[in-house]
Design a protein around this ligand. Structure first.
Ligand code: FAD
Length: 405
């Protein structure tokens, strides 16, 4: 427990963190990777180059300082990040190294303003917050390893099948090389892959949502090829998977993780809103929901640029034709020739509040996944329709950010 004096000191640093938070976290990661290069194997270096990880950590520090009187308020975030850490392989022994470099970065950036009292208070707060992460993650490691078919760390899986779902999305069907059972998962969860890309000094770890139905003898993930754009290079792992990983190859996989999940026993109507490859967790949820209750009231609206990049159309058509309670609609931003003739095509353009008002029951639960601007637009549209934030659930395919700012 922190003393009131310590909490007061932490709270007094809120304005400083608001102003210098990203500078501190940028220096922190630079120091961490210089002092502990093995961390380069764990953390996503593209997120570092894009500054996304630094922003996410700065926001987390700011939130911790702001909520220091009620630190239990940040527990949902601890759990969410804990799932990612468990997939990536963050261990208790990493926390002292992280703490040491974080405090050193604070001292370095804040200079004389970082008094001994301030650094002392943050050292205590860090120890407490790190303790919360370690406890949550230890429980997750134990759970992942002890369930039927579960395992600890990374397990080799064979690529049994590769299926092209669109011009840019390909599914990979994975079975364990040891031939053993595999852990089931909750619809919406993801796998974490660890890959060694020839020519790169460090392993790359990325999360991929499970896009199939739980309870099978294989996992399915579906990966969008992130091509070079605006002067930025091809995505490392997605292009490697698409171009260099073939049927029969081995991938190192961490057990399913994640807290963006659907309780299929809910009596409420469900609305899924996906953009691009954001379909993956929602498709798994849809399969599970209809397997549990084939007549559940469910609406699925998918946005894509046009038909060539739209994945899973046949799978969705098949679900819609066998489940009259599923209302399925597609919206293409720039439809190409014949796209408008596709089954379930609704209109050209984007999904907005007036369109949603014709499709959804306001008392529904909403599950959203897609690029950040898409999710921002969906949250704004639902808020225009007076949907309560408690009814809205979403997953970021990158470090956590705010959708309402
Ligand atoms: P990276 O190398 O990480 O690059 C990402 C993008 O950044 C590329 O577009 C690249 O051009 C650009 N870039 C590179 N360098 C810079 C720079 N310096 N500045 C600016 N931009 C730069 N993806 C899926 O396809 N399917 C899924 O089901 C899926 N599920 C996910 C679930 C979760 C919970 C999370 C967190 C992510 C998920 N993702 C999914 C995303 C996935 O983890 C990867 O982030 C994605 O495949 C890109 O990884 P990459 O290595 O190919 O690209």
């Amino acid at each position: 427990m922190l003393s009131q004096t310590t909490k007061d000191i932490i709270k007094s640093t809120v304005p400083v963190l608001e102003m210098h938070g990203e500078h501190i976290t940028t220096r922190f990661y630079e120091r961490l990777f210089d002092n502990e290069p093995s961390m380069l194997d764990i953390f996503n270096q593209t997120n570092q180059r894009r500054g996304q990880q630094q922003t996410a950590l700065a926001n987390a520090l700011y939130a911790a300082a702001l909520h220091i009187d009620h630190i239990e308020d940040i527990l949902p975030v601890v759990r969410q990040v804990g799932h990612k850490h468990r997939g990536l392989g963050v261990k208790p022994e990493h926390y002292p190294i992280i703490g040491e470099n974080l405090l050193a970065a604070m001292k370095e950036v804040l200079g004389d303003a970082a008094t001994d009292d301030i650094i002392g208070a943050w050292a205590q707060a860090y120890e407490m917050i790190a303790g919360a992460f370690i406890d949550v993650e230890q429980a997750m490691y134990t759970q992942a390893a002890s369930q039927h078919g579960g395992w600890d760390g990374f397990r080799p899986f064979v690529v049994k099948k590769k299926v092209q779902e669109s011009d840019v999305i390909t599914s990979f069907y994975l079975e364990p090389q040891d031939g053993g059972a595999i852990a089931t998962y909750e619809p919406g969860q993801y796998l974490t892959l660890k890959v060694n890309i020839p020519g790169l000094a460090h392993t790359q770890r990325r999360h991929y949502s499970l896009s199939g139905q739980p309870g099978q003898s294989h996992y399915r993930i579906s990966v969008k090829r992130e091509e070079a754009h605006d002067g930025w290079p091809d995505g490392l792992v997605s292009t490697y998977l698409h171009r260099q990983v073939h049927v029969g190859d081995i991938l190192e996989v961490a057990a399913p993780a994640g807290d963006f999940t659907l309780d299929v026993t809910t009596p409420r109507p469900i609305v899924f809103l996906s953009g691009g490859v954001g379909m993956t967790p929602l498709l798994s949820m849809l399969h599970s929901l209809l397997a549990y209750d084939p007549e559940h009231e469910v609406t699925y609206v998918h946005a894509a640029l046009h038909g060539r990049v739209h994945a899973f159309q046949t799978e969705m058509e098949s679900l819609a034709s066998t489940h009259p309670s599923l209302r399925y609609a597609i919206v293409y931003e720039n439809p190409e020739k014949d796209d408008t003739e596709r089954a379930h095509f609704l209109r050209a353009g984007r999904i907005d509040a007036p369109l949603l008002s014709t499709l959804i029951a306001p008392e529904a639960e909403f599950y959203i996944c897609g690029p950040q601007p898409f999710m921002q637009a969906m949250v704004a549209a639902l808020s225009q329709l007076n949907v309560s934030p408690d009814q809205i659930h979403y997953e970021f395919f990158g470090p956590q950010r705010s959708l309402t700012a």
